[in-house]
Write a protein that binds this ligand. Structure first.
Ligand SMILES: C[S@@+](CC[C@H](N)C(=O)[O-])C[C@H]1O[C@@H](n2cnc3c(N)ncnc32)[C@H](O)[C@@H]1O
Length: 272
């Protein structure tokens, strides 16, 4: 009876959000007298779970973005924020805008997306989680969501279109990008990630961050998705090496790029 009442109450997102924030002093005592700490975290209802899950997703992504932008600022890494896959929940791009503002970094923000959702997954990209048109957010919706947090059209550049048209046979210079400080690859598919990585190869500098949001999708299979695309990319670009940086959520992994030539040039310019 009491547990039914608690479940009912926790269906109200606001109430459960409030309850999970107040310190819980209750304990559960079993028949042999053992005490266990109790918490509403264990009893959150199905209705409240959706909002709770979104909060959790933002919490770790926010922490990741905070660390990345702090890292860029502390290490004086120059270049822009270039994102591939910005639709769906528009979490990552909003966080990039937030920390660019808070860390006062002079970088430009670029969002590359079809704004029509995923292309048709073919070959090794076939998976029931990815469907043509999945996660679509229109350009107008994207702009409206960013405007809501104070980002006007002049604060970022959104390049709309499928990568076969916007990236293949194009260079970053076509969009006014000279250098990438932070590349976010969140486009799920091997085919999309391969195009995105090849596109940024020439603008990665010593210390740039590459984040691959879907590293552990496709069950973490090294022969599929972003893992395969990244491995092939490194083989095709022996001028670059990477070291592991941060893992985020259950799904994402990031790396720091090393480009020995640029590193040597930078070090030779340091005051002695
Ligand atoms: C998982 S969603 C991005 C989520 C977003 N970063 C967020 O934080 O909510 C994947 C996005 O990749 C885009 N995408 C995937 N492959 C693409 C391609 N080949 N061309 C253009 N957009 C693509 C889809 O349109 C979709 O918006």
């Amino acid at each position: 009876m009491i547990s039914r009442l608690i479940d009912r109450l926790s269906r109200s997102w606001k109430l459960s959000n409030f309850l999970t924030r107040i310190p819980q002093k209750r304990t559960i005592r079993t028949t042999d007298g053992t005490r266990f700490w109790d918490s509403d975290y264990y009893r959150i209802g199905q209705g409240a779970y959706e909002g709770y899950q979104e909060q959790q997703m933002i919490r770790y992504l926010d922490e990741f973005y905070w660390k990345c932008f702090f890292y860029l600022s502390a290490n004086r890494i120059n270049g822009d924020y270039v994102e591939f896959g910005s639709g769906s929940n528009i979490r990552s791009f909003r966080l990039a805008h937030k920390y660019k503002r808070l860390e006062k970094l002079p970088l430009s923000l670029f969002a590359f997306d079809s704004f029509e959702g995923l292309p048709e997954p073919t070959g090794i990209d076939g998976h029931e989680a990815w469907q043509k048109g999945g996660m679509a957010v229109s350009l107008e919706e994207f702009q409206a969501v960013l405007a809501h947090q104070g980002a006007g059209p002049g604060d970022f550049q959104a390049v709309a279109g499928f990568y076969e048209e916007t990236l293949r046979d194009h260079s970053p210079a076509d969009y006014g990008i000279e250098k990438a400080a932070f590349v976010m690859i969140d486009c799920d598919l091997y085919a999309s990630a391969s195009l995105a990585l090849e596109f940024v190869a020439s603008i990665l500098d010593d210390g740039s961050i590459i984040a691959l949001d879907d590293w552990f999708c496709f069950s973490g299979d090294p022969e599929r998705g972003e893992q395969l695309a990244f491995r092939e990319f490194l083989v095709n670009h022996p001028e670059l090496s990477v070291s592991e940086f941060l893992q985020f959520g259950w799904h994402g992994k990031s790396f720091l790029v090393h480009r020995p030539k640029n590193k040597a040039e930078k070090e030779s310019n340091l005051p002695r």
